[in-house]
Design a protein around this ligand. Structure first.
Ligand code: MN
Length: 227
């Protein structure tokens, strides 16, 4: 049966060391998953993980430049470990969660901080602060077959070469298996889902003309010039 419109293209991530790409289904993101960052955002650090989403087509791949987004005067970078799921399920136990992971990548949860702050103050949804076009730059996926399941790795963010975030993924409040376990009790996870796992302290602005780079040791980098 024909469609009344051309269907949208499949969003996909490049895979390190391969010509094949990883088709993306949904993007989930964890809020406040590093203690120092939770404190810098004025939050309690003992709450269970919470989630928000971005549309799959917010992904930016291949270190592409992006336009400065509309409707903001305070675009922030957030360096994050991205988990790509090759299998799904619900009610996953933490000890079974790693088996769902296909690969890992560095990502940047770009945020219109002024819109997010206004939404928080008005108790409205975060979507327009978080889920805008080009809001999810992500590096090439490294398959688990190549990198294993990194438990500790340095994660850094630089803006025009100046270090703004410098931490270790071991400092996450909720580690990857527990994130997957929690999320799988809220939705049925599926192959192709990505999870941005939260950012360490040091988030800050990126201005027009600047280049922001997120790097995770062993997983490469994602670099984004803001037009
Ligand atoms: Mn984030």
């Amino acid at each position: 049966m024909p469609y009344v419109l051309d269907p949208p293209p499949v969003v996909a991530l490049p895979v390190q060391g391969s010509d094949a790409r990883f088709p993306v289904r949904r993007i989930f993101c964890v809020g406040r998953n590093y203690e120092e960052h939770a404190r810098e955002m004025g939050a309690d650090t003992r709450e269970p993980p919470f989630f928000f989403t971005k549309p799959a087509d917010a992904l930016v791949t291949g270190n592409a430049a992006i336009p400065f987004p509309p409707a903001t005067h305070d675009l922030h970078h957030e360096a994050e470990l991205v988990v790509a799921l090759g299998a799904g399920g619900s009610d996953i136990a933490p000890e079974d969660a790693r088996a769902l992971v296909w690969g890992y990548a560095p990502g940047n949860d770009l945020t219109r901080r002024d819109l997010q702050a206004a939404a928080k103050a008005a108790r409205r949804p975060w979507d327009m602060g978080k889920a805008f076009d080009h809001s999810a730059p992500c590096g090439a996926l490294v398959p688990v077959a190549a990198c294993g399941h990194p438990a500790r790795a340095r994660i850094t963010c630089t803006v025009d070469g100046k270090v703004t975030q410098d931490a270790d993924i071991a400092d996450m409040i909720w580690d990857v298996p527990h994130i997957i376990a929690h999320l799988s009790r809220l939705v049925r996870l599926a192959p192709g889902d990505l999870i941005f796992t939260g950012t360490p302290a040091g988030v800050g602005p990126v201005a027009r003309g600047q280049t922001v780079r997120v790097e995770i040791a062993g997983l490469g980098a994602v670099e984004t010039r803001i037009g």
